[in-house]
Design a protein around this ligand. Structure first.
Ligand code: MG
Length: 287
């Protein structure tokens, strides 16, 4: 694959991300896929979706897990409901994630990813130690499928995430870096964070956001905005990715499923922005 192929976050059914028709129409060559619900994770569904992708020349580069009961309504709700951290759903969700890994294998894809949740700050707590064990158990399953697991950034600072990855101590745990999430959650300046965690970055999101006002940063959401309109600084972001040696897919994420017309327009604009930055930074692609 050439350097920095454009990608977009997509879904098979009614999940997060855009429908495959939009991907095809915008001629985007790669996707990260939001895992479908359990009922739809069948071999037939995988084969059917793969065939559609093959016909359209689309490569699946990662499959993102998500769970029933998750809500991103506000930061406090997100902390309470998202990922493997909430203890009451931890065991069931790990099982679900293992099945998502199995489905990902049917899609011939070697990367699964997720928001793990707000990793406890107290590294000596029972909850933290159990989360380490749970994550290792998941990683061992994922390894048996020949896969790596990428953690989405945002809910932890760069240092906290590095500490967690080091404590988990498995060789197939990496990072999906989302610069906008660092801003939305107020967990750190994205470019500085990218430099810190760069050696673990194996996939990324191209998403943009504006900081919440300083007084509410970390407790109230920042605002997701179209790519290029926010505080990430897309050229600086791409130049930093180049600097750390990341040349994998540039996967656009635009989470406004409630407004599909605008979502498609914003993604189209993001594709053009990224293509122009890519040729400025890497030079024009060979004819
Ligand atoms: Mg993201």
């Amino acid at each position: 694959m050439t350097s920095w192929p454009i990608g977009v976050f997509a879904s098979i059914d009614a999940g997060l991300g855009v429908h495959l028709d939009v991907v095809r129409e915008l001629k985007v060559p790669t996707i990260q896929l939001h895992a479908p619900h359990q009922n739809s994770r069948t071999p037939q569904a995988a084969a059917g979706f793969l065939e559609k992708c093959r016909a359209a020349g689309i490569t699946i580069t990662a499959v993102f897990g998500g769970f029933d009961g998750e809500s991103y309504a506000d930061i406090a709700t997100t902390a309470r409901t998202v990922g493997l951290v909430p203890e009451s759903t931890r065991a069931a969700r790990v099982q679900d994630m293992k099945e998502i890994s199995d489905f990902t294998r049917l899609l011939n894809c070697s990367t699964v990813a997720l928001h793990i949740g707000f990793v406890p700050a107290d590294h000596s707590s029972a909850s933290y130690r159990d989360l380490l064990q749970t994550t290792r158990d998941l990683l061992d399953h994922v390894a048996r499928n020949g896969q790596n697991l990428h953690l989405e950034t945002g809910q932890e600072s760069a240092d906290h995430l590095l500490h967690f990855i080091s404590d988990v101590s498995r060789s197939n745990l990496f990072i999906n870096f989302d610069p906008a999430n660092m801003i939305l959650y107020g967990t750190g300046e994205p470019i500085a964070a990218l430099r810190k965690v760069g050696h673990f970055v194996r996939s990324i999101h191209c998403k943009d956001a504006k900081w919440a006002p300083a007084a509410s940063r970390g407790t109230a959401w920042g605002q997701e905005v179209p790519l290029g309109d926010g505080d990430v600084g897309m050229e600086n972001y791409l130049r930093t990715l180049h600097e750390i040696g990341y040349h994998g897919p540039l996967t656009i994420e635009r989470e406004i499923a409630q407004d599909p017309v605008r979502q498609k327009a914003d993604i189209g604009h993001a594709v053009r922005l990224l293509e122009s930055l890519r040729s400025r930074i890497l030079g024009a692609p060979p004819a």
